[in-house]
Write a protein that binds this ligand. Sequence first.
Ligand SMILES: [Zn+2]
Length: 238
Amino acid sequence: MLVQRGWQVLSHLLSHYSKVVPNSPQYICRLASSWSGWRRRSYWRYLRRSVLGVPTPPYPRVTQTGDPVLRCHAAPVPPDQISHPDTVKVINRMVRVLRSGGCVGLSAPQLGVPLRILMLELPEKMSQAVPPDVLAAREMTPFPLKVFINPEMRVLDNRTLSFPEGCRSIHGFSAVVPRYYAVEISGLTPDGKRVTWLAKGWAARIVQHEMDHLDGVLYIDKMDPRTFTNINWTEVND
Ligand SMILES: [Zn+2]
């Protein structure tokens, strides 16, 4: 009864702020997202928002699943816009976020920009932190930063390898995902040159993961669902 009464009061209050029909699925969704929004914003965030205003893309951090931009089909960058300061700003921001977040790949939609830009990098230092047997099994070979604008991918070897992978846009989780063994990616560099790169093993996995982002696809769409894991579950139980 109390719950029902509480619900009626809440429903009444919120109906003042919403044109969505109460008890409809849209209403429940809005309610749930509003609640989570209210809980997340700290006083510090309120102050920062007051001073700096609403954040705009390219965000300085990776946006999370739920943001519609991650489900969009990203648009190609017009060739005459590749050297435009806005495009340069997006790429520079992507490099910063890629490196500061310890990522091996990043796409522009993950910073809120629905454009077909992706980058990959597997630094030597990062690969040294991986146990040698894992390194060998996953064929993780270091490679320098590679940026592709308007990339296209071709599968060279359609054998699939299944390994756990994660995504900064689904922070804190991982799952086993099958990926093709070898692919070819081609596209434009930031200075407008056309390049092609043959990637196999772990590099091919990163390419496929980032290419999926450009089409609004996340690894959870392709994973083995029974392997979906909160990577901190043991700490929660500790
Ligand atoms: Zn991702």
